[in-house]
Design a protein around this ligand. Sequence first.
Ligand SMILES: CC(C)(COP(=O)(O)OP(=O)(O)OC[C@H]1O[C@@H](n2cnc3c(N)ncnc32)[C@H](O)[C@@H]1OP(=O)(O)O)[C@@H](O)C(=O)NCCC(=O)NCCS
Length: 180
Amino acid sequence: MELESKRLRLKEVTWDDIESIHMLYSLPEVDEFNTLGIPKSIEETIENIRPMIEDINSENRKSYFWKIIRKDSGEFIGSAGLTLSANRFKLGEIFYELLPSQWGQGFATETARTIIRAGFDHFHLHKVEAGVATQNARSIRVLEKSGMTREGLRRKILPIRGEWKDNYHYAIVEDDPVDY
Ligand SMILES: CC(C)(COP(=O)(O)OP(=O)(O)OC[C@H]1O[C@@H](n2cnc3c(N)ncnc32)[C@H](O)[C@@H]1OP(=O)(O)O)[C@@H](O)C(=O)NCCC(=O)NCCS
């Protein structure tokens, strides 16, 4: 499934993209609020993303994982995903991570908005959610610019470099107003 926005194209990640994904996940700036930690080898990255890639062929698919491509240059600039709940809840959870050289140009917000819109229009979800470390100010801004509301704080649930960090829960419901 391919998604598109004004400046970006989101194409599903395949095994051909493993080196780009490994390079992205290996950057300390990208890992700062990630619970996976920097992969020790490309094999670790392969195992981390295997469930998402193998889910492509499943009947009741729950995982979507895209690479983010700039339309103007064709460059790989990051990855993003949507994980669906059991069908009856009609929930989806988004995530994204971009190369630091691309930060600050609105690309993450454009990505989040595109996946949220697909969540409602294509997947017919009732609610789209995201979790974010309370110290991840950039990502909090992205979620709020995407129309999400902070619904709660979950204390000390994120294992990040040997410490338990707090997490904000953000979400948008299908009939919430958005200004984009
Ligand atoms: C979070 C991340 C995706 C943001 O990407 P991005 O393309 O720079 O995001 P955008 O440009 O769409 O928006 C960033 C916003 O944060 C703001 N911002 C930047 N640095 C900030 C800071 N230190 N404190 C608060 N806000 C900050 C920007 O000004 C911008 O808001 P604005 O449009 O109102 O000016 C990127 O930093 C990243 O990949 N981080 C590592 C992975 C990660 O944390 N993923 C999210 C996990 S929940």
